[in-house]
Ligand binder design. Structure first.
Ligand code: G3I
Length: 375
C-alpha cells in the first residue's frame, strides 16, 4: 500500500474528541441518557447551507476525485451529475494500481471504467498521475540503464497513449518538492535522470504520447508552506527555461484551518505570474490541526475552514479566464475523503463540500462565496 506523502496537517495523531468509534462499555450503558442529551443538541446543529450546484457557479470546470467503486453508488453519481463537469481518478490511474501485478501485466480495468463513465456522462477527465516519487519503486526494482529507460518511456507512452482523446490534461509529474521546501525530492526516478531530468523526460514523453493534452506539474502545500511554494516556482522557471512542454500548474490545496489569512491569495498571485493555466487540483480542508491542546469547538473550526476556502476560491475567481483551468475537490462527501479512511478517521472531520448524506457542508457555501467575490 502506498504511504501517503507526509503533510504538515497530517503528520501528528490528533487528540480530538473521538467520533462514533471506540465507545467503552460504560458509555454504552449511559447511551440512552447521552442520546437524550445529544438529541437536545442535535437541533442545535446548523441546517445545511443552501448552495446552488457547484458547477453552475464555478468560473471554470468544477471537478472531483473519483474511485471506480463510486460509479456503482447511485447517490454519488447523482451528486456528481449535479455538481461536477470534470473527474480526476483518485488512485486507479496511478502506477500503484496499473502496475500492481508488475510491469509486464498492466491493469487498466478500473481506469478504463472511469474513462468510459466520464465519456458517457459528458464529463472531462484529468489524468492523475504518470510519474510520482511515491510509486513505481517496486515495479521498476532490478531495472537499470537502457532497460530502466525503456520501462520509464514505455509506461508513459502506454498510459498517456491509451487515454489520448479521453483526457483533457495530465498531472505528468506529482510532488517533486521536499516537504520543508529546502529542495527537490530524491527518488528512484531522480537517481536515474537527476532531480530536474526525470521531470523533463516525463513531460517530453507525455507530449509525444498525447500531443493534445494539457500537461501539468502538481504539488501540495505550495500555498501554505512559503518555502515550498518558492521552491516550486523556481522549478517551474527552470523547466520553462529548459524548453519543457509544461503547460499548467496544479495547486493541490489540501488546506488546513491554521493557514494565516492572506497567504493563499498572495501565493495565487505569485503562481499566476507565468501566465499558465492553474488547476486547484485536490481541494479539501481538514478541521484537524497539529496542536494537540487545540480545544476549539467544531463551530470555530468550521468558521476558520470557511475563511481559508473562501480565500482560495476568491483568488481563483480573480485569475484571468485563460488561467482558470479547473477547480477540483478531492472527493464529494466527507466519507469519500482520504481523511476519513482507515485508522486516520476521527469520525468528525468535514473536509469536503457535502456530508455523508449528500447535503451541502459549510465548505460548499465557502466555495460559493469565494466564486462570488473575486479577490
Ligand atoms: O480500495 C482498496 C481496498 O480494497 C484495499 O483493501 C485497501 C488496502 O490495500 O486499499 C484500498 O485502496 C486504497 C485507495 O486509496 C482507496 O482507499 C489504496 O490502497 C491507497 O493507496 C489509496 O490511497 C490514495 C493515495 O493518494 C495513494 O494513491 C488515496 O485514496 C488518495 O486520496 C491519495 O491522493 C493523493 C494524490 O494522489 C496526490 N496528492 C495527495 C493526495 C492525498 O494523499
Amino acid at each position: 500500500m502506498t504511504t501517503q506523502p507526509p503533510h504538515p496537517s497530517r503528520s501528528a495523531s490528533h487528540l480530538l474528541p473521538r467520533g462514533e468509534k471506540g465507545f467503552s462499555r460504560r458509555t454504552i450503558l449511559a447511551a440512552p441518557l447521552a442520546l437524550a442529551a445529544c438529541d437536545r443538541f442535535a437541533s442545535a446543529e446548523p441546517s445545511p447551507p443552501n448552495v446552488p450546484p457547484l458547477k453552475s457557479i464555478a468560473p471554470a470546470p468544477f471537478g472531483t476525485a473519483i474511485k471506480a467503486s463510486q460509479i456503482d453508488d447511485p447517490d454519488w453519481v447523482a451528486l456528481a451529475r449535479a455538481n461536477v463537469s470534470q473527474l480526476t481518478p483518485e488512485w486507479e490511474m496511478k502506477m500503484e494500481y496499473i502496475l500492481a501485478d508488475g510491469l509486464e501485466r498492466p491493469n487498466f480495468d478500473r481506469s478504463d471504467r472511469i474513462a468510459a463513465f466520464a465519456q458517457a456522462e459528458g464529463m472531462a477527465m484529468h489524468g492523475h498521475t504518470l510519474i510520482w516519487y511515491a510509486q513505481g519503486k517496486e515495479a521498476f526494482a532490478g531495472l537499470s540503464g537502457a532497460a530502466f529507460d525503456r520501462a520509464f518511456d514505455g509506461y508513459i507512452a502506454a498510459v498517456a497513449g491509451r487515454y489520448r482523446g479521453k483526457v483533457r490534461s495530465w498531472d505528468v509529474v506529482n510532488e517533486p518538492i521536499l516537504d520543508d521546501g529546502s529542495g527537490m525530492r530524491d527518488c528512484h526516478w531522480s537517481a536515474r535522470y537527476g532531480q530536474d531530468g526525470y521531470i523533463l523526460r516525463a513531460f517530453e514523453k507525455a507530449r509525444i504520447a498525447d500531443p493534445d493534452a494539457i500537461l501539468f506539474l502538481n504539488e501540495y502545500n505550495q500555498e501554505s508552506v512559503p518555502a515550498k511554494g518558492a521552491q516550486f516556482l523556481k522549478l517551474v522557471e527552470r523547466l520553462l527555461k529548459a524548453g519543457c512542454p509544461l503547460q499548467g500548474l496544479g495547486l493541490q490545496s489540501h488546506l488546513w484551518i491554521d493557514i494565516p489569512e492572506g497567504v493563499i491569495a498572495a501565493y495565487m498571485r505569485e503562481i499566476s505570474q507565468f501566465g499558465l493555466p492553474i488547476h486547484v487540483s485536490e481541494l479539501d480542508c481538514t478541521l484537524r490541526t497539529e496542536n494537540r491542546l487545540d480545544m476549539r469547538s467544531q463551530a470555530d473550526r468550521i468558521a476558520a475552514q470557511g475563511a481559508r476556502v473562501t480565500e482560495l476560491a476568491s483568488a481563483f475567481a480573480a485569475l484571468p479566464r485563460a488561467q482558470q483551468f479547473a477547480f477540483t475537490v478531492w472527493g464529494l462527501r466527507d466519507t469519500d475523503s482520504w481523511y476519513r479512511q482507515g485508522d486516520k478517521d476521527d469520525g468528525r472531520d468535514k473536509p469536503l463540500p457535502f456530508d455523508s448524506f449528500g447535503r451541502p457542508n459549510p465548505i460548499a457555501a465557502a466555495i460559493a462565496a469565494g466564486f462570488k467575490t473575486p479577490a
